[in-house]
Ligand binder design. Structure first.
Ligand code: ADP
Ligand code: MG
Length: 426
């Protein structure tokens, strides 16, 4: 954190700069307006400026103005004014100074101000970083991953994206199997071609086959025209076979053939059609058990299981809960994103999330959309009045550097009242 100390009195500027260098800052002592201008001209920008009001020909206002002009960003400027010249201080604040301090400078007091600035800058940095990260993820729809197990999944997604092998994704409902499949597609060189999802569980048995492979005209009663199947539609791209555990066993063998030969035939058709379709399958069932029970063909399993991605339940990776919640809020309620308090997020960690990320998403939607529900649920995230007071007391004590008299005066309570509260806190 860089500080420019501007003063035309050598002793004063060197004292201040020396003091802040000792405290871990990078402080430069600058002699008046021209020296700071030279540095700014060279593109050397400070985080904080502490400038004396009186500087010979130019004054602190000139410094404030040039700093503002040059850096363009929000600048933390502290004006040092003579004792009693409060109108200058007020004017400086109006011009955008962050704070002022009167002479003779009390170093402890100045250090508190500067430390507070450092804290705000760091907080803002963290926040911007998080924001950028989320924006990037939202833009690219990549799998949110904060926990180690999810980071491992992202690695697998990236590796899978570099190949054309089939992928089998397993995990409970709502863990993000479809997001993972889409991420593989988007990161692969098939991303310009379609990603097509077929959910076998949602289709009547008789239709699954026609849906996947298509049909020629008159192939069955009611088929009045030729229809392409999803294998064909997804050619060049990715076919996502969701809930493959629900697939009828006879259709399973046709899928196996399609994968093995790279060809399909429409129902009622004799021609074989070459396809270039990447298969990603998903199931929430224990597929190995399904094989034992003869509900799933072992040979198809081996074909699909070339790359296996097992997504654990959300409750086994709590680090992802808050990250996902932030992601959902940012994505769907971005105008409210900044106003959500930590209490809300902390409350999320106490829930089981049997429905995994999908349940969390619906919870977030309910919370922001339904006012009654919102109030009820919010209670769990709110702090009690005493907790809020305790936090606030801590903050003010930190601000005053532990000075009880000052803190009591800021809080508008008697020193003894505050002392007692502080004792309770410890
Ligand atoms: N890691 C993740 N990153 C971003 N969104 C996720 C993630 N995991 C789940 N979701 C979201 O949660 C919901 C359920 O995910 P989905 O992929 O449909 O689960 P599944 O297919 O396993 O039932 C979707 O809205 C999805 O966007
Ligand atoms: Mg799904």
């Amino acid at each position: 954190m860089k500080i420019f100390v501007v003063d035309d009195e050598k002793n004063q500027r060197e004292l201040l700069a020396g003091y802040f260098n000792e405290k871990g800052y990078k402080a430069l002592a600058l002699n008046g307006f021209n020296e700071i201008k030279t540095l700014l001209d060279k593109g050397n920008a400070p985080d904080i400026v502490i400038s004396d009001m009186r500087l010979g020909e130019k004054d602190g206002f000139d410094v404030l103005k040039i700093v503002k002009d040059y850096t363009g960003k929000e600048i933390y400027f502290i004006m040092v004014t003579a004792y009693g010249s409060i109108e200058n201080a007020v004017k400086a604040m109006k011009m955008g100074a962050y704070d002022y301090i009167t002479k003779p400078v009390n170093l402890d007091e100045l250090l508190i101000k500067v430390n507070n600035i450092k804290e705000s800058i760091n907080l803002k940095d963290d926040f911007n970083k998080l924001n950028k990260k989320l924006d990037n993820i939202i833009e690219n729809d990549i799998f949110i991953a904060e926990s180690n197990s999810s980071k491992h999944i992202v690695d697998l997604i990236k590796r899978a994206a570099e190949t054309n092998y089939p992928v089998l994704i397993t995990g409970e409902t709502g863990v993000g199997k479809e997001v993972a499949a889409q991420a593989i597609h988007k990161l692969s060189n098939r991303s310009k071609s379609p990603f097509i999802a077929v959910n076998s569980a949602a289709l009547p048995k008789e239709l699954v086959e026609a849906e996947l492979f298509g049909s020629e005209r008159g192939a069955y009663t009611g088929s009045t025209s030729r229809r392409r199947g999803k294998f064909e539609e997804a050619s060049g791209g990715t076919l996502f076979l969701d809930e493959i555990g629900e697939m009828p066993v006879d259709v399973q063998s046709k899928i196996l053939r399609a994968i093995e030969t790279g060809k399909i035939a429409r129902i009622g058709g004799n021609n074989e059609i070459a396809i270039d379709t990447r298969i990603i399958a998903a199931t929430n069932r224990n597929i190995e058990k399904e094989i034992e029970n003869n509900n799933f063909r072992e040979d198809l399993y081996y074909r699909l299981n070339v790359i296996r991605i097992e997504i654990p339940p959300l409750r086994e990776r709590p680090e992802d809960i808050i990250a996902l919640a932030k992601y959902f809020i940012k994505k769907e309620f971005s105008d409210r994103f900044n106003s959500v308090n930590e209490g809300f997020y902390n409350a999320l960690l106490k829930k089981e999330w049997r429905g995994n990320a999908r349940e969390l998403l619906n919870y977030v939607r309910r919370y922001f959309i339904l006012p009654v529900e919102q109030l009820k649920e919010a209670e769990k995230g709110f702090l009690s009045l005493k907790e809020v007071e305790d936090q606030y007391i801590r903050r003010v004590m930190k601000f005053t550097g532990g000075n009880i008299n000052k803190a009591a005066s800021i809080l508008g309570v008697h020193r003894n009242t505050l002392s007692k509260r502080i004792k309770d806190l410890k």
